[in-house]
Write a protein that binds this ligand. Structure first.
Ligand code: C2E
Ligand code: MG
Ligand code: MG
Ligand code: MG
Length: 280
């Protein structure tokens, strides 16, 4: 009986899979056009330093405003871009746009750019970053590359070379989504990061689960020991913020402080900062 059931279920899933395939092909086709026509825009989400109550920089987050379908989230199009190789074109566009934008901000502010693991595949990412820095004249210390542990874990010689070259340029490295992979600690041990970004899943459970609170404490302590910045993502409530502050996190990012904002609004946001403080 189970077998017959299973058989029927597989058949029932077929149209769904086909639909998903179709959707992916649609995204691929449309994304190609969108990248070429500048339909991808960047929004910027501020990072707040807790010790000083100031903004240290902004993370660039890609937004796709499709003429008919409206907003398509990166959660939907980045995986397709990665699977189809479009991520390289998208990545260059994001990097160039973000670095150019940062040139219009006060010199103390950094810009963080997400780099997908697949962008390390064609062996060129260090040259692309170097070119964009030259072209935009952004000082390399103002650029943070957010990568996930999968880049470090690939452990191939070419990737290691690229990371070394990037490090030589003087850019900073943040480990994104810390704690969600299989061996975040091992990655920290094999590559020197400047910043750990604790994944928002831990922050979300911070008040409800003792485990999450314990992890937050340990990550803050880890950052202190390694002398690297610790950033908590997805901070939405005052209670979470107070906990993170008490644990000694260096930075926070989240809707409580600010949503990602359109590029045109960043200047105004920076100006408003003098009277904006993070509640203790
Ligand atoms: P991420 O790099 O971990 O970025 C953080 C995500 O959390 C962003 O989602 C941001 O909008 C969201 N977020 C920030 N604060 C809060 C909060 O308080 N609550 C909640 N629930 N969410 C918050 P977004 O913009 O949808 O991006 C999702 C992911 O897509 C990013 O995760 C990143 O991995 C990827 N992504 C976005 N832009 C790019 C890009 O230009 N290139 C690449 N390769 N990946 C990108
Ligand atoms: Mg990120
Ligand atoms: Mg993240
Ligand atoms: Mg994430």
């Amino acid at each position: 009986v189970a077998k017959a059931d299973g058989g029927r279920r597989v058949r029932a899933f077929e149209p769904e899979m086909e639909e998903r395939q179709h959707h992916r092909r649609w995204i691929e086709r449309e994304l190609r056009i969108a990248i070429a026509n500048g339909q991808i825009e960047l929004h910027y989400q501020p990072l707040f330093e807790l010790a000083t109550n100031t903004v240290t920089g902004f993370e660039a987050l890609a937004r796709w405003r499709h003429p008919e379908r409206g907003m398509i989230s990166p959660g939907e199009f980045v995986p397709v871009a990665e699977a189809t190789g479009l991520i390289d074109a998208l990545g260059v566009y994001v990097l160039r746009t973000a670095c150019a934008a940062a040139m219009g901000w006060p010199g103390s502010l950094r810009v963080a750019v997400n780099i997908s693991p697949t962008q390390f595949r064609d062996g060129n990412i260090h040259r692309i970053v170097e070119e964009v820095l030259q072209e935009t004249r952004l000082p390399s210390q103002r650029l943070e590359l957010e990568i996930t542990e999968s880049v470090i874990l690939s452990q191939d010689q070419a990737t290691y070379q690229m990371l070394t070259e990037l490090r030589r340029l003087g850019v900073r490295f943040s480990m994104d989504d810390f704690g969600t992979g299989y061996s975040s600690l091992s990655s920290l041990n094999s590559f020197r990061f400047d910043k750990i970004k604790l994944d928002q899943s831990f922050v979300r459970n911070l008040m409800e689960r003792d485990e999450a609170a314990a992890i937050v404490h340990v990550v803050a302590e880890l950052g202190r020991s390694l002398k690297i910045t610790t950033t908590a993502e997805g901070v939405e409530t005052e209670e979470q913020l107070a906990r993170l502050r008490a644990s000694g996190f260096s930075e926070v990012q989240g809707y409580l402080l600010s949503r990602p904002i359109p590029a045109a609004e960043v200047a105004g946001f920076i100006l408003s900062q003098s009277n904006l403080s993070v509640a203790a």
